[in-house]
Design a protein around this ligand. Structure first.
Ligand SMILES: Cc1cc2nc3c(=O)[nH]c(=O)nc-3n(C[C@H](O)[C@H](O)[C@H](O)COP(=O)(O)OP(=O)(O)OC[C@H]3O[C@@H](n4cnc5c(N)ncnc54)[C@H](O)[C@@H]3O)c2cc1C
Ligand code: FES
Length: 244
């Protein structure tokens, strides 16, 4: 974990209530796919955890939904403003298990962490299939970016206003070597039930400190309690115990 001041290089609205922010600091190291950062905002006691969407040395991209006070405040940040950010948090996805044809399933703002993962898997020559799930057409984002790096992309919307009508689990292919997923818990549970291979889930639990000190994000797994912020947010399918 490293605390850094990152400069806002851009902050654009990309879909209904969804924004993409570009952050920079020459000393920033490349983050791992599936890791997250924790952002301090003026007047807010707790930092706000947001997944790494893309990263290279000196640069970080995040995609966030304005849902409350903190994220709404983020939408008003202008290029040149500075943010106090804890970087390098969480374990990230393990790419070594992907096999040759991994399947990536993302729902809403669970999609951003899958982008850097997809890019890294494509750089390794994997055939990557991506299914992006939304409620309605005005929430859709990310499709051109995943297509541009050579992924086979399907969009699903619950109301059928864009792409395939239904949930990500309604558009799953028959064959894939492994899967990676992130999204709201009902989606993760449906993916858990429907997938036939091993895979990895990223959880966006409510957090306190975000770096392992408060136990506020602790959850029970097959191998004992784990802190989602430290031993997660990515858990393997085989270790998950759903609370209900
Ligand atoms: C590991 C991780 C990665 C995340 N990645 C993303 C992402 O890439 N894009 C994105 O849009 N959102 C992401 N979230 C959810 C995001 O952190 C919350 O939407 C955000 O903290 C809400 O803050 P707020 O002040 O706008 O809302 P408020 O509801 O006003 O927040 C009040 C408090 O609740 C916490 N909180 C509220 N909702 C959540 C939530 N779903 N998860 C965790 N804490 C919450 C806030 O941090 C804050 O402390 C992620 C969460 C986690 C844990
Ligand atoms: S949020 Fe404090 S231990 Fe995870």
């Amino acid at each position: 974990m490293k605390q850094m001041i990152l400069k806002v290089a851009g902050n654009l609205r990309i879909a209904e209530n969804v924004w993409k922010m570009y952050l920079e600091n020459p000393e920033l190291e490349e983050q791992k796919p599936g890791q997250f950062v924790n952002i301090r905002l003026d007047g807010q006691f707790l930092r706000r955890p947001i997944s790494v969407c893309d990263s290279e040395a000196g640069k970080l991209t995040i995609v966030y939904k304005a849902v409350g006070k903190g994220t709404e405040q983020m939408t008003r940040l202008l290029p040149g403003e500075e943010l106090d950010v804890l970087t390098g948090l969480g374990n990230g996805y393990d790419l070594t298990k992907a096999g040759e044809s991994p399947l990536l399933l993302g729902g809403g703002v669970g999609i951003p962490p899958l982008y850097m993962l997809a890019r890294k898997l494509r750089e390794q020559g994997k055939a990557v299939t991506v299914i992006l799930g939304f409620n309605r057409h005005d929430e859709v984002f990310g499709m051109p970016e995943f297509r541009k790096i050579g992924c086979d992309v399907t969009v699903t919307t619950v109301d059928g206003s864009c792409g395939t009508k239904g949930f990500v689990t309604d558009a799953m292919p028959e064959d894939y070597s492994y899967f990676y997923t992130c999204g709201p818990e009902p989606m993760l549970k449906a993916v858990y039930r429907k997938t036939k291979t091993s895979g990895q889930f990223s959880f966006e639990e409510r957090m306190g400190c975000g770096f392992g000190a408060c136990m506020g994000c602790s959850c029970k797994t097959i191998t004992g309690y784990k802190r989602i912020c430290r031993e997660g947010p990515v858990l393997e399918k085989e270790e998950i115990l759903w609370a209900d």
